[in-house]
Design a protein around this ligand. Structure first.
Ligand code: ZN
Length: 346
């Protein structure tokens, strides 16, 4: 399966934080062709590719969950009220199409007042989530048979192609990371690697890196490479707070990253002529690395960010070449650990 197909197919499955099981099973089927894959009680997908006996354990991690909404109330007028799951900008969900995953999928739209009836003051302010509602067309009595508070809601947008090898759609954060991880596994397919490998599709990253935490405690890796997305430069954003689309994965440096893992990733990328860039993350990384690094007795972490535009919207954009370069860097790094015994002082 190509990287593009992998991302497009993953985008068809709803996988809001805490409700990733459909995607976890889909991922387990694909990763399971190349490694021994299973899901765990928190909803993580873990695929193990065995290395040498007593070899150091290396965990590669990309999160499976996406941001979304949750139904909170079915109102007397038949509208459905909702809350956010994960960091969603309330300004970009008005006038969008959604699916409520109730007893059966229910199509709806988030309505908006006509501009003709909106006052000048209202025009200036952004509308609060509590003042929005989903219109399905159903009356309350019918809707109550299909939808209950707690049902998840996803935005109706699949992944499509832009020009020049770019994809756009919902939840590329972090299906692009999962695709890079899968590409790495494909590249390693025929190699005899020393390290014992664990490829983790983590659950609940968007609500506090919860799946990565339990996975890291279970695996107790010596090294973990976390693949997530980073802010690609777009008009209105400063160079110092962004990375460049098309320049390869960004190797992060900062407190959430082990300095030697950072140096080694950079060295391996240079040696193999793999396009890459550097991203400065001085404090928390805002990724699964923040929990994995401090799991069990502590883990040597590295973070790779795939450049992504319009983060946490339904029109996120990634460049397929960046995704593949990221996967290649992970595979090359793993193969560089052939003589590493896990006891080296980092
Ligand atoms: Zn992410």
């Amino acid at each position: 399966m190509s990287t593009k197909e992998f991302i497009i197919e993953m985008g068809k499955v709803p996988h809001v934080a805490g409700y990733e099981s459909a995607l976890a099973h889909l991922a387990a089927g694909w990763f399971g062709k190349l490694a021994s894959a299973q899901t765990d009680s928190l909803g993580n997908m873990i695929a193990r590719k065995q290395g040498a006996k007593n070899a150091p354990r290396v965990m590669v991690c990309a999160h499976m969950d996406e941001i979304g909404l949750m139904a909170t109330e079915i109102c007397d007028n038949g509208f459905v009220k909702f809350a956010r799951i994960g960091g969603i900008d309330k300004r970009n969900i008005l006038a969008t199409e959604v699916t409520i995953h109730g007893r059966k999928p229910v199509y709806g739209i988030i309505g908006i007042k006509p501009p003709h009836l909106t006052s000048a003051d209202e025009m200036k302010a952004s509308i609060e989530i509590k003042d929005m509602a989903i219109d399905t067309g159903y009356p309350k009595e019918k809707l109550e048979k299909l939808v209950r508070p707690g049902d998840i809601i996803t935005f109706n947008r699949e992944v499509t192609e832009l020009k020049n090898g770019r994809l756009t759609g919902r939840a590329l954060d972090d299906t692009a990371g999962l695709a890079a991880m899968y590409h790495a596994l494909e590249l390693l397919k025929d190699f005899k690697h020393n390290a014992d490998l664990y490829f983790v599709g983590s659950a609940q990253e968007e609500v506090g890196a919860r799946g990565a935490k339990t996975a890291a405690y279970g695996i107790k890796p010596d090294i973990a490479i976390i693949i997530d997305v980073g802010f690609a430069n777009t008009p209105g954003l400063a160079d110092h707070e962004t990375i460049k689309m098309g320049d390869g994965a960004a190797i992060a440096v900062g407190a959430a990253v082990n300095r030697k893992v950072f140096d080694d990733l950079k060295k391996i990328a240079k040696q193999n002529n793999t396009k890459h860039q550097i991203e400065v993350l001085p404090g928390r990384s805002g990724t699964d690395a923040d929990e994995i690094q401090i799991a069990a007795g502590g883990v040597l972490t590295g973070v790779l960010s795939i450049p992504l535009k319009y983060m946490h919207s339904t029109v996120e954009v990634v460049d397929l070449a960046d995704v593949k370069n990221c996967g290649k860097l992970v595979a090359d790094y793993i193969m560089s650990l052939q003589d590493w015994e896990g006891d080296e002082c980092y």
